[in-house]
Design a protein around this ligand. Structure first.
Ligand code: IVH
Length: 689
């Protein structure tokens, strides 16, 4: 462990001069940088998130109090801020090359033969590393500070995205020099990407907000980095793997050495899947290994990059066109394939949404057998002119449902049949309503549609909703098939004996499920809102509602205007919520669940004891609380704590040693409390102080 105090004991109250503050800020920054490095680069944190947050807060407080002490590379600056009219362009210090892509082992062997011939060696040592599917970026550090970041652009000139890259957690604003001195100037390159799970969650949030989802993580990463407002980038789950130092010949002898040194400077590389390979056979077997784990990786890769390890070899082999002759990208089998669309049917979702699905002649796509593809909606079917009997190109990306890219019109023989979503629901026969743009179709069967109910029950029991682990999809279907349950509230009427009549239930599993159902009556408000399955209300919206309504009754009676007054809720969502609670059946089900003993607790509700909207400033040293504790205390009860006194300040709480802020308060006529008076104020508001 280097010479860093990982959790410096800093008593903010004892900081009485700018000099002392500067010292403390220095220690805190050093500690925070070290923890960022442990977390993002080594993947091996040594403090808890809470401890990290505490250090961060302390630094923030010092920087608020002494703005002169702020530095551009402070860890507190890793947030958005800059809004521009357009992205400028910057030249790359040396061209950003591309890679020759090959798909066959024979081509990789040819590459190896060329390398061996031209280098005059019997075997060549290669590095083999994943080809990340994201957006190439170049970062320039001068004297250890991040001064510029750019996209690849045309290879000669890229778009300047410095402010955006600075928001990516894990990108050091200043290089570490604990283990190795940093060069005056360092040009590093890597790939910005989104993890699959973070991309999916991000896309779900977008859909909940009525925004168009991104097609894949690569597009999402590229779109996020090319934002004009870095505040937007700051909210996107971006990450980077570094893989190259430009002008490498200068300070390093081999690529493996580069990959070893980058993390020492705080620049993250993909350690797990990089191999140093003696000869091409080793690289080829690493390829097989990576193909095997590809689907389990949290991020998308589309091949293996095989590079001659030594830079002397790079010099000899040189560059042809835009591609270095010392490297090759051995791409994975395409996740595309052609097959026949044998049939099309519709699925009825929990909110009645109707989705057309193609039944495919089984085909292997990127190593997985595929038999279904989502067709999304009628508009998509019309636009791509998808017909039953067509030959079609299918694509599968990560864990996304396979899609039809296009149909192959040349292969039609005239027997193909156009498809239209049916006018009535195939399950309950109720009318199907198709929107004017044909992008949405709904079954109007509501509570009476069994298909909708099946999905609703599964949703109600799902992990983010009531989390009934013992009621997975199969068991939910089983209860419906056995007519044990016709509406959600019936769940709470089920008896153990009922379950014992079903297959796959033993005494213990039946009792477990009964207990679990009973326990689910004590429920967090936001989860219950989500569990209700209100169309367009996902878990983020449910949380927002829980934060803004004190009880289920308040929410059920809320008029549309009140819902729309919440920032993140648009007209469609507000309308959907009001419509849901206006429905007699829905109200009856909720009443029945309440009758069974529902108790909702709301972790987000404001305390009864609340400090309302008061704004406090703390200064000097306090006895009973530290300043940060006092700050946290009032914030927990809905009040604000700021670092400078203004016309908006309600109280200044001053302890011994208070200086300028007390004077400011007196000048502005803001009441000044000592600590005793502050505690009295808290108690008078019903707080336990
Ligand atoms: S090396 C000359 N290594 O692939 C060497 N590139 O097709 C060029 N890429 O623009 C870069 N993973 O965006 C390298 N491990 C890796 C890579 C990688 C992804 C991308 C990079 C580059 C493109 C070239």
């Amino acid at each position: 462990m280097p010479d860093v105090e990982t959790t410096p004991e800093i008593d903010l109250d004892a900081i009485d001069s700018e000099e002392a503050a500067a010292r403390a800020a220095g220690q805190l920054r050093e500690a925070l940088r070290y923890h960022n490095y442990r977390y993002y680069v080594l993947d091996d944190p040594v403090v808890s998130d809470a401890d990290y947050d505490h250090l961060f807060q302390q630094l923030q407080e010092i920087e608020d109090e002494y703005p002169d002490l702020q530095t551009p590379d402070s860890p507190t600056h890793q947030v958005g801020g800059l809004v521009r009219d357009e992205l400028g362009t910057v030249p790359h210090p040396s061209p950003m090359l591309s890679l020759k892509a090959v798909y066959e082992e024979a081509d990789v062997r040819n590459f190896d033969e060329t390398c061996r011939d031209e280098l005059g060696r019997e075997t060549v040592t290669y590095t083999a590393e994943p080809k990340f599917d994201g957006l190439a970026v170049e970062l320039i550090y001068e004297d250890g500070q991040l001064v510029q970041a750019a996209t690849r652009g045309d290879g000669e000139t890229g778009e300047e995205i410095t402010a955006n890259v600075k928001t990516i957690e894990g990108v050091p604003l200043r290089l570490r020099d604990d283990e190795r001195p940093v060069p005056d100037r360092l040009v590093v390159r890597g790939e910005a990407y989104m993890r699959m799970d973070e991309f999916n969650a991000f896309n779900r949030r977008r859909e909940e907000e009525g925004k168009k989802p991104f097609a894949n993580p690569r597009n999402a990463a590229a779109g996020s980095l090319r934002q004009l407002d870095s505040n937007i980038t700051a909210r996107r789950p971006l990450r980077i793997f570094f893989y190259e130092v430009a002008d490498d010949g200068r300070d390093f002898d081999t690529h493996a050495e580069v990959l070893r040194v980058l993390p020492e400077w705080g620049l993250r590389v993909c350690k797990e899947h990089i191999r140093l390979c003696d000869g091409i056979d080793a690289a080829l077997s690493h390829y097989e290994e990576v193909v095997g784990v590809r689907d389990d990786l949290p991020y998308e890769i589309d091949g293996l990059v095989i590079k001659v390890n030594d830079f002397a070899g790079h010099g000899t082999l040189g560059v042809r066109d835009r591609d270095p002759r010392w490297a090759v990208a051995y791409k994975f089998p395409p996740r595309r394939a052609t097959t026949t669309i044998e049939d099309i049917f519709v699925q009825v979702g929990r909110t009645g949404r109707i989705t057309p699905v193609a039944v495919l002649a089984p085909v292997e796509v990127g190593g997985v057998e595929v038999t279904r593809a989502s067709l999304h909606n009628q508009n998509e079917i019309d636009r791509k002119d998808i017909r039953i009997g067509d030959r079609a190109l299918i694509e599968r990306a990560g864990d996304v449902i396979p899609q039809v890219v296009k149909v192959i019109e040349d292969e039609r023989d005239g027997s193909e049949e156009p498809y239209h979503i049916p006018d009535t629901c195939p399950v309950c026969n109720a009318e199907v309503i198709l929107s004017d743009d044909k992008k949405q179709a709904f079954c109007t069967g509501g509570m009476t549609c069994e298909a909708q109910f099946r999905e609703r029950l599964k949703h109600y029991a799902s992990r983010e909703a009531t989390d009934l682990e013992g009621l997975g999809d199969k068991r939910a279907e089983q209860l419906i098939d056995a007519s044990l349950i016709e509406r959600i509230s019936d769940l709470y009427e089920i008896e153990k004996e009922d379950l014992l009549t079903l297959e796959r239930y033993a005494d213990k599993s039946a009792q477990n499920l009964i207990d679990e159902i009973e326990a689910s009556l004590e429920q967090a408000f936001d989860r219950f809102i989500y569990a209700l399955g209100i169309p367009l209300v996902g878990s983020a919206t449910a949380r927002l509602l829980a934060q803004n309504f004190t009880s289920l009754d308040d929410l059920m009676e809320a008029p549309e205007a009140q819902l729309r007054a919440l920032d993140e809720i648009g007209p469609e969502v507000a309308h959907s919520i009001v419509t849901f609670f206006a429905d007699d059946d829905n109200r009856a089900v909720i009443d029945e669940i309440r009758g069974a003993g529902l108790t909702l607790n709301n972790p987000y509700a404001e305390d009864e004891a609340s400090l309302g909207d008061l704004t406090f400033v703390f200064t000097g040293s306090l006895d009973r609380y530290t300043r940060s504790e006092a700050k946290r205390l009032v914030e927990q009860h809905g009040a604000n704590a700021t670092s400078s006194v203004s016309g908006h300040t309600d109280y200044v709480v001053a302890g011994p040693g208070a200086g300028r802020k007390r004077d400011d308060a007196q000048e502005l006529g803001v009441p000044v409390l000592d600590e005793g008076e502050f505690i009295d104020l808290l108690r008078s508001q019903g707080l336990d102080a």
